[in-house]
Write a protein that binds this ligand. Structure first.
Ligand code: FMN
Length: 193
């Protein structure tokens, strides 16, 4: 069996994004756990704000189709999600919404999300580490997109002190949670490979 492939990306494309730092740490943890991470940026998949009229007129944007194709070649994904007003970013919601509109002939709906496993993480400057936003993201992924989402959620608080010089997580307990989550993600993805 080949090593499970995992897409890793952040719900932020901001220069200096703290969630992008978690992407780097998560990709490393996935590699250590025996998986093959593919780190991407949503900046490379620019999408207009979803509008049904736009879809009717122009169809689904190529970037949404490319994202779905990318996911089809992977067995899992790790999403590092910024917290916006106790929810997740509109950039991430918009990408997931467009992806949910992509159908592939001969496959059931939501091909990017079914038969794949997801793990969620967040970084914020607050003490709760974006945990509230992750509950909202979990709800969308599970109830809306029919995805399998691991119970572990890597919420990283106090962002300014959260990362060590080597890019790993500074707090031992949080680093151990990321390692455990990456291990379970790779193991579960392996069963889907
Ligand atoms: C509209 C908006 C709402 C925000 N709401 C929250 C919040 O509810 N909780 C929190 O911890 N941080 C909140 N923040 C701060 C973000 O977590 C912070 O800007 C973070 O750096 C964003 O992630 P990024 O660095 O990966 O872009 C908010 C930021 C914005 C722009």
């Amino acid at each position: 069996m080949s090593a499970p492939k995992i897409v890793v990306f952040a719900g932020s494309v901001r220069t200096g994004s703290i969630n992008q730092k978690l992407v780097v740490a998560a990709a490393k943890a996935i590699e250590t756990a025996g998986g093959v991470p593919t780190a991407i940026s949503l900046k490379d998949y620019a999408l207009p704000l979803y509008d049904g009229d736009l879809q009717s007129r122009d169809g689904i944007p190529e970037a949404a189709k490319q994202l779905v194709e990318l996911f089809l070649g992977h067995q899992g994904a790790f999403i590092a999600s910024p917290e916006y007003n106790a929810s997740f970013s509109p950039l991430l919601k918009n990408a997931l919404d467009w992806m949910s509109r992509v159908n592939i002939e001969g496959r059931p709906p939501l091909p990017a999300f079914k038969q794949r496993v997801f793990a969620l993480g967040a970084v914020s400057n607050g003490a709760m580490g974006g945990y509230r936003g992750l509950t909202q993201l979990r709800s969308m992924m599970e109830l809306g997109l029919g995805a399998l989402v691991l119970p572990e959620m890597v919420a990283v608080g106090n962002a300014a002190a959260a990362f060590a010089d080597d890019g790993g997580l500074a707090n031992e307990k949080v680093a151990a949670l990321l390692a455990q989550t990456a291990g379970r993600l790779v193991e579960t993805a392996g069963a889907l490979a």
